[in-house]
Design a protein around this ligand. Sequence first.
Ligand SMILES: C[S@@+](CC[C@H](N)C(=O)[O-])C[C@H]1O[C@@H](n2cnc3c(N)ncnc32)[C@H](O)[C@@H]1O
Length: 397
Amino acid sequence: MNNLETSTSLSVHFEKLDAALTQYQAYWNFVPFQCSDFPWDNPELTEYLQTLAEQTELEHDEVCQQIAQRFFPELADALEQVDFVHNQLVDDWQKPVPFWLLNGIHGRKITQVQQLSAQIKPKYPLLEWCAGKGHLGRLLSFQHDVAVTSVEWQQGLCEQGTNLAKTYDIKQDFIHADVLKQRAVWLKPQQHVVALHACGDLHVTLLKQAVEAQVEYMHVAPCCYHLIGDEVYPALSQQGKQSSLHIAKSILKLAVQAQVTAGQRVANLRQTEVLWRLAYQLIRADITGDASYQSLPSVKKSWFTGEFVDFVTWGAEHQGFTLPADLDFADYLQRAAIKQKFTQQLEYVRHAFQRALELWLVLDKALFLEQSGYQVEVNYFCPYQTTPRNMMIVAKL
Ligand SMILES: C[S@@+](CC[C@H](N)C(=O)[O-])C[C@H]1O[C@@H](n2cnc3c(N)ncnc32)[C@H](O)[C@@H]1O
């Protein structure tokens, strides 16, 4: 590999991030909704947050950066050194591919798939993990004339992928399987495994089983680190296991909370969601007398284009209490707006730690592979604007 980092390098970077995240834990390792006061004793930071309302010209990311530089020098220092993540963007990713090959791939996914595939030069047959409709596998097979096996849990996606492969005469088969339940007997030493945006336990399972099977090459772009069965993040590497950080599943979400690709509409919906969830908590606390935070499950964003009263009715049914007829919804929304401003201030500070936490999680996996005998790099496979989940682990046995 061209840009191979020495093992010490990945390890040193992990230790730096680990030290900064540990030192400043009070500033990110908490759930904002559960706070009624700032969870730190730092008057200067609190005062800064209160002046933020006046600096309306600042973007969310700029505020987070300012906070890191001004209040958390060790964090800023650890983040500045992440140039160890190689920028692997290749110039020829836009090499024309027949338009029909990209049929059915939406929006930014096209760029992700094209850029990632441009960086993979497979020497062996490919195995595509958690493939969806197998877009990446299809493109790779076409470009390199190589056989691809795509593993996917949703039968419908397997069928659609199989049809696309047949239509375009691509050497791609699908295996319909639940990779969390079935042992991956398809993993073999002389193989190149690719995984684009395999969530939480899906990529962790892949890495563990690929190591056992001694798969020779891997390109893995992880995402959704919080989608795990364990309540606390189970570190994979020696360094991760030795860390004093205990990161609850609810906190892991922070690692994927960057919103550069969200757009204004999604950002507005997110604002409404936060407001409604806060107002709902106030209502629930008043009616049940229980002020402890009880989260409601995630729901489709389309809920938040509807009516607040419907959301509250659903929440009350879900959590088993009855709503009185004379509830003043507008008053609760007003009170929630005050709490929302406070939550936003907490989020600015927490989000200053987002990239550091994500890197910590990626490096834990990279170090695990290194300790299992692989040569490992961490690269960006596409620009951050295309997807904030733009890191990939490249490993070679
Ligand atoms: C975020 S999508 C990524 C899909 C594709 N790689 C892409 O980038 O377009 C994750 C995929 O994992 C699949 N999946 C979820 N759980 C799975 C499981 N237990 N076994 C196999 N696939 C699973 C989902 O159905 C989904 O297609």
